[in-house]
Structures are given as C-alpha cells and as structure tokens.
Design a protein around this ligand. Structure first.
Ligand SMILES: Cc1cc2nc3c(=O)[nH]c(=O)nc-3n(C[C@H](O)[C@H](O)[C@H](O)COP(=O)(O)O)c2cc1C
Length: 241
C-alpha cells in the first residue's frame, strides 16, 4: 500500500529498549513530525518536556508507578496541554473553558501519535505513559509546569529490545459505522473478538494471562480512575467554566 500505512499497521508498544541513544537527526525529525500535526484554530496548545537529566528521570519514573522503561528508554518526553503560552503573549485571552481542555488534549494527542509513528518509521519503538497523571501535582512541581499547563501523557522512545506481536483491535465494522450509530451491537462478533484477545494474551504471556477484552474493560471501568483529576484541572486553570 504505502510505507506510512505499513508502519501504522505494524504498531505495537515497546517496553524494552537497548541502551542505544537516538542521534540528533532522528530526534529532530521526530520533533518536526510531531509539530507538523494539525492544530485546532492553529492554537498549537502543546508543550513537550524532554526529560534528559537522569536524576529527574528517576524521580518522574517514581511518580509514574515505577514503570522501568521510563528509566531505560533512550528518550522520555512529557506531552502537555499548554495555554500558559497564550496568556503570556495575549494576557487578555479568555481561558478556563471546558472546550479548551478538549482542544489542548486533541492537539497534543495528535502530536504524540505523529511522534511515535515517525519514530517507528525509523525502526525505533515506544510506548505512551498515561501514568504521568498518577500524581500530577507532584509532576507539575518537578517539571516546573505553571498554571495553564497540564501533563497529558509521556512517551518512551528508543531502539526495541523485544518484538511483540501487534495487539488485535476490535473488528473494524464495530468501530466504523455508516451514517448512524448502530441500534444494537453485534454480540457474536464481540464474543469472537474476546476469544481472539484471550488467545493473544495466552500466547504473549506463555499462558500466564488469559484475559478477554470484556474482562479487561470490566476491571478497568469498575472504579473511578484518578478521582483527584477535576480538582487538579481546576488548580491548573482548566475546565473552570
Ligand atoms: C494515552 C495512553 C496512555 C498509556 N499509558 C500506558 C502506561 O502508563 N504504561 C504502559 O505500559 N502502557 C501505556 N499505554 C499503552 C497501551 O497499554 C497500549 O497502547 C494498548 O494496550 C494497546 O497496545 P499496543 O500499543 O501494543 O497496540 C498507554 C497508551 C495510551 C494511548
């Protein structure tokens, strides 16, 4: 089809890296690709903090559930939604709207995905880290994130030291619909997908994990995630109105 489609269709998160560093040319190409993403109203409401200081990286890792690959990846970048910059340049700008949280999150996510795809096209691998939102107050202090800035996700990048199979996605016909939301969902397809995911986990873990997709979302959605989030958003000046 095309080289870009090949890269995207073979995506899988990488959580084990060699010690090899990225060179400047690779890093700059990934950054430029990230910045080339579209931006709502051209607000460019994002800032990315590259955590290069090993001591700081270790402290960030501790705030992110001690996921070891945050420490061992060649690069660790924290993607933030940012309206602080706008307020610096245009102090009369009105911020704090819920819509702006969506704008910042969407712009920044598009950048993150461009960055990972660009890295994968260079033979590198990576994984996003939502755990940067585990202790967001502490992370803001560590990275000196001012009001108007919130960390959304991290990105580990480096040379893969593992080669996992791509994870099976929901059937395309369940995700893409024509014209209207489907009146009922296709139970039979869901059951087949559950079996496929169970098989994937059994193979990947040598039989240690045998979880279906339904089982996994049942566990994930059984409790409120990060119950402090609304208060944190308010403190940072987001979602006030
Ligand atoms: C916003 C976001 C946050 C994520 N956070 C984590 C994380 O903290 N730790 C982790 O190991 N994987 C994390 N992941 C990776 C997902 O677990 C992974 O993308 C998903 O299981 C699908 O697997 P794949 O990327 O290999 O296709 C995150 C993914 C996204 C998009």
């Amino acid at each position: 089809m095309s080289a870009a489609i090949e890269v995207m269709r073979h995506h899988r998160s990488i959580r084990k890296f060699t010690e090899q560093a990225l060179n400047d040319e690779q890093r700059e190409a990934i950054m430029a690709s990230a910045q080339a993403a579209s931006s709502s109203s051209f607000l460019q409401a994002s800032t990315v903090i590259r955590v290069t200081d090993p001591e700081l990286r270790a402290r960030v890792m501790a705030l992110c559930g001690n996921q070891a690959y945050i420490g061992s990846a060649a690069e660790f970048w924290v993607f933030c939604a940012d309206f602080h910059r706008h307020l610096q340049w245009v102090p009369e700008a009105k911020t704090g709207f819920a819509e702006q949280l969506l704008i910042g999150a969407i712009d920044t996510a598009l950048m993150g995905q461009n960055a990972l795809t660009a890295a994968e096209s260079l033979g590198l691998g990576g994984v996003f880290i939502g755990a940067v939102r585990n202790q967001p107050h502490e992370l803001c202090d560590l990275l000196a994130l001012p009001k108007g800035v919130i960390p959304l996700f991290g990105l580990c990048l480096g040379y893969p030291d593992q080669n996992p199979e791509p994870k099976p996605r929901l059937p395309t016909s369940l995700i893409f619909c024509d014209n209207r939301y489907p009146a009922q969902f296709d139970e039979e397809r869901m059951q087949r997908y559950d079996e496929q995911v169970q098989q994937y986990y059994r193979t990947r873990t040598g039989g240690n994990k045998n979880m279906s997709w339904t089982g996994q979302i049942g566990e994930t959605l059984a409790k409120e995630a990060r119950p402090f989030m609304l208060e944190f958003l308010h403190r940072q000046g987001f979602c006030l109105r």
